[in-house]
Write a protein that binds this ligand. Structure first.
Ligand code: GLN
Length: 538
C-alpha cells in the first residue's frame, strides 16, 4: 500500500502549503520514490472552472482536461509529473456526486449524512486511481478550524485510524510571526493551531513553521513541548529568495529525512539538488532585464496568471535574462495611450480571457505590436483577438469580431458546435458553463518551414486547451493570401491552432495554453523563443 502524507495549514492562509507539498514531492521523487500529489478543496464550486481568477487565481488545466486548483500547477512544475483529473476534488464535487446517487435511490432508503457518506467519498478520493505509488501527498485547502474543511479533517483522521498509524503522516504548516517591536518570535499561534487540530483528533507528526527569521532553539523546544512533536520534527521554513530555493531549503531542514524516518525508509538514491541550485543562482544574479507587457483583465491579482508568469520566468532563465513583467489592465488601455505605455517594451503578451470587457484595448495593443514588429505572443483569447485585428485592419472586414463578444459581428472567431477527438464527435455547447469547453490535450500538426516548426523542432505538438470558440477556418485562404499563416492545424485540418505573420520577426498566436507545460527545469520552447526574440528586440 502507498504511504499517505496529509498536509494541513493553520493560523492563516497563503503560507505556501502548495509549495511545501510540491517541494517535498520533488525531494522524495529525487530519492527514488514514486510520488503523487493531490489537493482537496473545501469550496462548493464543483470545480474552479467557473470561478473568476479574481476570486481564486488561475484555473489550471491538466492533460486529461480537468479544470483544477492552481496548486496542481506547482506540483507539476516541481515534480514534472502530469497531474490528473483524479488529483483534485472539491466539496461541491463530493456533494454533487452524493446527491446524484441519492436521487437514484442508491442509498437504499438510508439517511444520507456527512459522516459516513461525505467522509467515505473523501476517503474514496484519497485512494482512488493509485497504483504503484510509494507516496501520496494530499494537501487540504483552507485553514484548520474553518467550517468548510471539517469533513476533510475528519476523513483523514478516519483514514489514518483505519489504515494503521504507520501508513499515514500528518504535516501541519503554521505561521511563527516575528514581532519587530519586541524583537521576538512568537510560538503561541502555532500552539493554538495545533491544539485546534488535536481537538479534531489529529496529532501532527511534523510541524512546518513558516517564519521570517530563523527560529532559535529555545522556541523550537517550546513548539516541540506544547505541540507534542519531537524536536527533530519541528521544521522551519524561512522565507526563500525565490521559490526555486524551496526544495533546497526543505532538504537542508531535513524535511525529507524526517518523512522517510517516520516510514522507516532510506533514500533509494542520492537527492539531486543541482538543478535547483543552478536556477536559484541564475534567478538571483544581476543581468539584462527584458520588459514584457502582459495585457489582460486580471492583472491586479498576483495569482491570476500564475503559470504564465512562471513560464515567462522559465523563458528568462533559459536566455539568461531577468523578466520584468509589466501588467497592464486592458480596460484602461485607451488607443491614444498605447504608444506611451508600450514604447519601451520588448515583448507583448495577450493571455487567455473571456468576455468583452477590455477587448478593444487588447486589439489596439496587437495592432501596435504587429505594425512595430514587436515580438508578440497571443494565447488562446490572445490569438483569437490577433485574428480579429488582422481581419479588421488588413482584410478590411470592418465588422470582424468573435461571436463571443458580438452576436451581430462578422464571425472570424465563432462557436464550433462539434469537433473530433479520438474519432468521436463531441457536442460543443449546452446551457451549462461549467465543464463544457474544449479541455485538455489535443494534437496539432505544424506547417513545414514555419516559425513554429522551427521553435518546437517537431512536426506535431500536444498542448492543453481551454476554450469554447474557434478561429473560422473557412477564411483561411483570405488570411494566408495577406500574410497571416495558419501554421498549426488540428489533425483533421479543421481547427486553426496556431497563426503567425510572414512579415514579422516574431508574431505568434496559439489556441492552446503552452504555459501549463512549462517547467523551471525544462522551459517551454515557445516561451524560450519569445523571450529570445524580446531579448534581441532592444
Ligand atoms: N473566451 C475564449 C473562448 O472561450 C478564449 C478562452 C481562453 O482564452 N482560455 O474560446
Amino acid at each position: 500500500m502507498a504511504r499517505y502524507i496529509f498536509v494541513t495549514g493553520g493560523v492563516v492562509s497563503s503560507l505556501g502549503k502548495g509549495l511545501s507539498s510540491a517541494s517535498l514531492a520533488y525531494l522524495l521523487k529525487s530519492q527514488g520514490y514514486k510520488v503523487r500529489v493531490r489537493k482537496m478543496d473545501p469550496y462548493l464550486n464543483v470545480d474552479p472552472g467557473t470561478m473568476s481568477p479574481f476570486q481564486h487565481g488561475e484555473v489550471f488545466v491538466t492533460d486529461d482536461g480537468a479544470e483544477t486548483d492552481l496548486d496542481l500547477g506547482h506540483y507539476e512544475r516541481f515534480t514534472n509529473i502530469s497531474a490528473k483529473k483524479s488529483d483534485n476534488i472539491t466539496t461541491g464535487r463530493i456533494y454533487s456526486d452524493i446527491i446524484k446517487k441519492e436521487r437514484r435511490g442508491k442509498y437504499l432508503g438510508k439517511t444520507v449524512q456527512v459522516i459516513p457518506h461525505v467522509t467515505d467519498r473523501i476517503k474514496e478520493f484519497i485512494v482512488g486511481d493509485i497504483t504503484n505509488e510509494d507516496f501520496v501527498i494530499c494537501e487540504i485547502g483552507g485553514t484548520v478550524g474553518d467550517i468548510e474543511s471539517l469533513p476533510f479533517v475528519e476523513a483523514i483522521r478516519q483514514f489514518s485510524n483505519e489504515n494503521g498509524k504507520g501508513k499515514s503522516l500528518f504535516i501541519h504548516l503554521t505561521l511563527v510571526p516575528f514581532l519587530k517591536s519586541s524583537d521576538e518570535i512568537k510560538t503561541k499561534p502555532t500552539q493554538h493551531s495545533v491544539k485546534e487540530l488535536r481537538s479534531l483528533g489529529i496529532q501532527p507528526d511534523i510541524v512546518i513553521c513558516r517564519s521570517q527569521k530563523s527560529i532559535p532553539l529555545d522556541q523550537r523546544k517550546k513548539i516541540s513541548l506544547f505541540c507534542n512533536v519531537s524536536i527533530d520534527n519541528v521544521i522551519e521554513t524561512v522565507d526563500v529568495r525565490t521559490i526555486y530555493e524551496a526544495p533546497i531549503s526543505f532538504h537542508n531542514e531535513k524535511l525529507d529525512k524526517q518523512v522517510l524516518n517516520f516510514f522507516k525508509l532510506k533514500p533509494r538514491k542520492k537527492v539531486n539538488l543541482t538543478p535547483w541550485k543552478r536556477i536559484t543562482k541564475s534567478v538571483l544574479e544581476k543581468k539584462k532585464i527584458v520588459d514584457i507587457a502582459i495585457i489582460g483583465k486580471y492583472v491586479n491579482l498576483k495569482d491570476a496568471y500564475k503559470s504564465l508568469d512562471e513560464a515567462l520566468i522559465h523563458g528568462g532563465i533559459d536566455n539568461n535574462v531577468k523578466i520584468n513583467l509589466i501588467r497592464i489592465e486592458s480596460d484602461k488601455l485607451k488607443t491614444n495611450q498605447i504608444k506611451k505605455l508600450l514604447k519601451n517594451i520588448s515583448g507583448i503578451l495577450i493571455p487567455g480571457g473571456f468576455g468583452k470587457r477590455g477587448t478593444e484595448g487588447k486589439i489596439s495593443a496587437i495592432n501596435y505590436a504587429r505594425k512595430n514588429k514587436i515580438p508578440f505572443l497571443g494565447i488562446c483569447f490572445g490569438m483569437q483577438l490577433a485574428v480579429v485585428e488582422f481581419a479588421r485592419n488588413v482584410l478590411k472586414i470592418k465588422k470582424a469580431n468573435s461571436s463571443e463578444l458580438d452576436k451581430k459581428c462578422y464571425p472570424v472567431v465563432g462557436l464550433l458546435n462539434e469537433w473530433s477527438k479520438d474519432g468521436k464527435l463531441i457536442k460543443g455547447s449546452n446551457k451549462d458553463l461549467g465543464g463544457t469547453m474544449r479541455l485538455g490535450i489535443y494534437k496539432a500538426n505544424l506547417r513545414h518551414n514555419s516559425l513554429i516548426e522551427k521553435i518546437y523542432k517537431s512536426k506535431f505538438i500536444l498542448e492543453r486547451h481551454r476554450h469554447r470558440y474557434e478561429v473560422n477556418n473557412n477564411l483561411r485562404n483570405k488570411f494566408e493570401n495577406k500574410g497571416m499563416i495558419f501554421s498549426g492545424m488540428s489533425p483533421d485540418d479543421k481547427l486553426p491552432e496556431i497563426v503567425e505573420l510572414k512579415s514579422h520577426p516574431w508574431f505568434i498566436g496559439v489556441q492552446f495554453h503552452p504555459e501549463f507545460k512549462s517547467r523551471p527545469l525544462n522551459p517551454h520552447p515557445l516561451f524560450s523563443s519569445f523571450i529570445k526574440a524580446a531579448k534581441f528586440y532592444k
